[in-house]
Ligand binder design. Structure first.
Ligand SMILES: NC(=O)c1ccc[n+]([C@@H]2O[C@H](COP(=O)([O-])OP(=O)(O)OC[C@H]3O[C@@H](n4cnc5c(N)ncnc54)[C@H](O)[C@@H]3O)[C@@H](O)[C@H]2O)c1
Length: 335
């Protein structure tokens, strides 16, 4: 195994922390830069930690000079779609201008490889399914636009400065570390699986399902859920790709198999043995009926396939994590 240092921005967050754990187990040394606006200090266990901002050029220079990272994995961003509509400036400043500051720091310090957390939000409302990378990119909110802008900036930075990138377009991240050390803990939480579990734990009164009249087999919307450890694996594969290859890439990370909201609820009931208190509501504007990845390119370019993204593992790992977390915090009321 090689001992390589990787700068991980946003490494105290959900996907970043799982990736740091995997990096360390594969012989890498992750150095985390996170301002803890959303991350958790307790999630940083696998290398040095700097509490600070990607906008901070002096801090970036200090980290690059002290640790000489061979590459950056860039998770740091704001990711609340609804908030991005009401406050786009916040999103363009953090996600786009912040990434520019990071890229300038890389250039000043001779670092020329980056793996970037992009999103299926760049596709907007897809015309055809499953979604291929070459499909039209027409994001419908500032969050998705900020991710697409960064992809375009990365293409220009490759042409002009030789910075090579892999943009990983995640679909819906879910699940938790098998050892129960890490999990999903966003505040506020907007993702379906943790909200389903919160409703079972009595942390929220009901789980609201938005739309039961979509043209899907059970009428609820379908999304492509990908286990966070499968995502972490794809980051390690992307680093290996950037070591070996000369071309920048943008790659979907999904399973290609969608799960409906109702299927998630059914699986949660199976895993927990508790009835989910569901309330059925209307469709939300802008929610597509189905979002499913064509994940062929990830296999062809990275040799990557999801191994943990079946419903039982997704829900089971998330349940174990939340049960433990909330019993630690004395929040259990229903189990
Ligand atoms: N969770 C998903 O389903 C999903 C799907 C598609 C894309 N993504 C993208 O993946 C990345 C990670 O998502 P996550 O769910 O782990 O989010 P998260 O909020 O748990 O992690 C992001 C981390 O970045 C940090 N951060 C934000 N702005 C920063 C800044 N300016 N300087 C330093 N640190 C900063 C936060 O404190 C947080 O710890 C994000 O870029 C997100 O847009 C996530």
């Amino acid at each position: 195994m090689t001992e390589k240092t990787i700068l991980v921005t946003g490494g105290a967050g959900y996907i970043g922390s799982h990736t740091c754990k995997l990096l360390q187990s594969r012989g890498y040394s992750p150095v985390v830069l996170d301002n803890l606006v959303y991350g958790h200090r307790s999630f940083v266990k696998w290398g040095p930690f700097y509490q600070g901002d990607i906008h901070d050029s002096l801090l970036l220079d200090t980290i690059f000079q002290k640790h000489s990272p061979s590459a950056v994995i860039h998770f740091a961003a704001f990711a609340y779609v609804g908030e991005s509509v009401g406050d786009p400036g916040k999103y363009y400043r953090n996600n786009v201008a912040g990434t520019l500051d990071l890229l300038d720091g890389m250039r000043r310090n001779g670092c020329s490889k980056i793996v970037f957390s992009s999103s299926c939000a760049i596709y907007g409302l897809p015309a055809t399914l499953p979604i291929q990378e070459k499909q039209v990119q027409a994001p419908i909110n500032p969050y998705g636009k900020s991710k697409l802008m960064v992809e375009k900036i990365l293409a220009d930075f490759d042409n002009a400065y030789g910075i090579k990138s892999v943009s990983l377009r995640y679909f819906n991240a879910a699940g938790a570390d098998a050892d129960g050390e890490l999990g999903e803990d966003h505040d506020p939480e907007t993702h379906l699986i943790p909200l389903t579990i919160y409703s079972v734990l009595g942390r929220i009164q009901n789980l609201e399902i938005y739309g039961t009249d979509y043209a899907t087999p059970d009428g609820t919307a379908i999304r492509d859920y990908i286990h966070v450890n499968d995502l972490a694996e794809a980051h390690v594969s992307s680093l290996e790709y950037l070591e070996a290859e000369k071309h920048s890439q943008a790659i979907n990370l999904g399973t290609g198999n969608g799960l409906s909201v109702q299927k998630i609820v059914d699986e949660a009931e199976k895993v927990t043995g508790i009835t989910v208190p569901v309330v059925y509501g209307k469709r939300r504007p802008g929610d597509p009926p189905v979002l499913v990845a064509d994940a062929q390119k990830a296999w062809e370019i990275l040799g990557w396939k999801p191994l943990l993204s079946d419903p039982a593992t997704l829900l089971g790992s998330a349940w174990n994590w939340h049960k433990k977390r909330h019993s630690d915090q004395n929040l259990l009321s229903r189990i």
